[in-house]
Design a protein around this ligand. Sequence first.
Ligand code: SF4
Ligand code: SF4
Length: 330
Amino acid sequence: MQKGALPSKNQFGFFEIRLESIGGLGANVAGKIIAEAGVVGMGFNGSNFASYGSEKKGTPVSSYIRYCDANKPIRINSPVTEPHILGVFHENLAARLPITAGVKSNSTVVINTDKSPQEAREYLRLSGGSVITVDAIKIAYEEKVRMNVVMIGAITKAMEFMDKEAMREAIKETFGKKYKNQLEANLRGFEAGYERVAIDQFDEDGRFPFIPFNETKSEWGYENAPIGGIILEAGSNVVKNNQSSRQGKIPLFHEGRCIHCGMCETTCPDYCFKFEPKEDSKTGKTLMFNIGLDYQYCKGCLRCVDVCPVEALTEELEADHEIEKMTAKL
Ligand code: SF4
Ligand code: SF4
């Protein structure tokens, strides 16, 4: 197997990668595969770990990969604060989390989006650096694979020092045993992610500031928490935004087919549907009519599509629809 040399290292001698994602998109597995390709395939020393919440799907996930020279020990286990490569698996994360913290002009951001690199730079408000965009959801949909292999392909493109064959071997090692039937499709998804990228480079032109990485600090601790751990402020879901939990699919409401049975409303875990009282033209009685759903609260679980008895809800690609306009009508 071909061995390589790292192109750049930080002051501690590491080349570092950070993946920002949400649970269910496979960033944790992607981190393991990328680390394995560097260690087994390229002969680096390396490490990987991930941090995530208690929910299996929908909550933010970060995965960290470090490479260094083979003879150097790794005695650091903290998050990657200034990544050479940042992989963004879900662009909506940028709306609620400082995922680009620590990205510098020598960093490369690889993002799953249908935007151009210029548009992605504006959206992410990057101070500078290289941007690689890949429509990983679309490719995953076409190849019938999870989007993490597509992102691995695009991240491999960003790692010019990485032997593509080493990454393919790491994918085979991970998916070949457990999901043998899916291996060819996964390798096709990887190749498509590697090829179907758009790349651009941006100087630090002062338009957006550099965002330093800050560790999240809890507001409450044992010294200042209210006695008994009482929660003094009532919670509310009104400001909650579940959009970043979606994985490229949405339920689409077809009002003309709806019989207003309420099955979707009782099934939806996030109370997305809006019903209004209206006079029924046949009976003259006032009944509750389904007028659609608010996509701010929809996490894309598609349970409503499963339960609808008349296909008034269908599974669609989010990119094909103007969500904001549909929600604004409600
Ligand atoms: S389950 Fe289907 S038919 Fe029933 S209210 Fe919901 S969208 Fe309408
Ligand atoms: S997909 Fe349907 S059931 Fe799931 S959160 Fe969205 S509206 Fe609710």
